[in-house]
Write a protein that binds this ligand. Structure first.
Ligand code: CO
Length: 412
């Protein structure tokens, strides 16, 4: 078991990578520096990082990549200790649009943060327990007579509570206290969530597939971090920046979500530190362009009819530009052309996705970012199957292509 101190969340792993590449963390409560440099702000599950140079001024536009750090999963309720028929279970809430069936019969670990009393103050500890602690066993077929007729029917409240022990067992608060090395009375609150303990792997006859939990959207976050590090080393005329938000899967309205004030506040504080006011801020926004990086649906071989027949999407065929006339994606002709130019210059193939016009289309942080900041946005991402499953799949060649395209985009 990892100790609480050595455990790290995904966003902490990304921040560590950025710090190793010369980005310095600024606390959101401190003034922003006016000196050129590489900077990073961490708030909750969100990260924003950017690099300024000697030529950067308050009207310099931004080249941004936006993505989200969260994924659908199961989150532990505030009073989670339940017992049914002698089984000790944890009460969980479903976070986001999880494919519930994909969480059945998996070996689940727990991760998150716990806030404990520390004298007269509080202290936040991140934790990650990689042991297979929890399982949600599917009902045996012999006891589910309707399954042949109706398929598997799962109720979020009734059927998704994992089991984790039988007999006398510690409460969840006692378990957490033990994990982070404190007394149970000192445990004040937690954000705790499940994950599949099965590690990511390369799969397929020729190792052409990437299989993992949270491909939507940690794949984009990983690529964004790599790209901004590369772009900071070879800066163009704009400020290269990445914004990795929390809470996209639940609508983005939060302190650290794309529909909140976080990015707007950081962009205006960067401008103010460089000596600009509202006029300069507006000029910088008008000179900026954003890639909203998020997973794209590859055409599913078993459900070809669910896809637009003239916009087939394959894995290992390059990043996917996403277009929706109703602004579920923020792409327009101008932003699409910018991204196409960047792909061309980086010698990266590009595919184009539109949804069937008679089916509801998913969305991303793209329209929110565009609406909040008044910046031009293009939606793009890597093709994948099984979006929102506990275990998704993508192509092995695409992340590198996407990274090359984003690096070129951030450097232009
Ligand atoms: Co997503």
């Amino acid at each position: 078991m990892l100790s609480a101190r050595s455990a790290s969340g995904n966003h902490v792993a990304m921040a560590t990578t950025l710090v190793a590449a010369g980005f310095s963390e600024i606390s959101a409560t401190d003034p922003f520096p006016s000196d050129p440099g590489r900077y990073l702000v961490l708030r909750g599950g969100s990260i924003i990082a950017w690099a300024t140079g000697h030529d950067t001024g308050p009207t310099t536009g931004f080249r941004m990549v936006g993505a989200h750090t969260d994924s659908p999963n199961l989150r532990v309720k505030p009073r989670p200790d339940v017992n049914s028929a002698g089984w000790n279970q944890l009460g969980v809430e479903v976070y986001g649009g999880a494919l519930l069936n994909s969480w059945l019969d998996r070996d689940l670990g727990l991760a998150g943060r716990v806030v404990v009393r520390d004298g007269s103050a509080t202290r936040t500890e991140l934790f990650l327990d990689p042991r297979p602690l929890l399982r949600i066993p599917q009902l045996a077929i012999h006891l589910d007579g309707d399954i042949g007729e109706h398929g598997l029917l799962l109720n979020r409240q009734q059927h998704m509570s994992p089991v984790w022990s039988v007999g006398d067992a510690p409460s969840f608060a006692e378990y957490l206290a033990d994990l982070v090395g404190t007394d149970t009375d000192e445990v004040l609150a937690w954000d705790a969530m499940t994950f599949d303990t099965n590690p990511a792997c390369v799969a397929g006859l020729d190792g052409e597939f990437l299989v993992s939990g949270r491909i939507d959207n940690l794949l984009s976050c990983f690529v964004a971090v790599d790209s901004v590090i590369a772009a900071a080393g070879a800066p163009g005329p704009h400020v290269p920046m990445i914004c990795l938000f929390d809470h996209e899967e639940v609508g983005s309205v939060s302190m650290t979500g794309a529909a909140g004030s976080l990015l707007e506040s950081i962009v205006s504080r960067i401008g103010a530190a460089l000596g600009g006011g509202p006029d300069e801020r507006g000029r910088a926004a008008a000179a900026s362009i954003v890639v909203s990086a998020d997973g794209a649906h590859a055409t599913h071989p078993n459900y070809v009819d669910r896809h637009e027949k003239d916009h087939r999407i394959a894995v290992n065929a390059g990043p996917v530009l996403k277009v929706n006339a109703n602004q579920r994606y923020a792409t327009d002709a101008g932003s699409a052309a910018e991204f196409r130019m960047a792909c061309g210059d980086a010698e990266v193939p590009l595919q184009v996705f539109v949804n069937r016009t008679d089916l509801a289309c998913g969305s991303t942080i793209g329209p929110l970012t565009s609406g909040r900041l008044g910046m031009s946005v293009v939606d793009a991402g890597c093709a994948q199957l099984a979006m929102h499953s506990a275990r998704e799949m993508a192509g092995c060649a695409d992340p590198e292509w996407f990274r090359d395209a984003l690096t070129m985009f951030l450097s232009r």
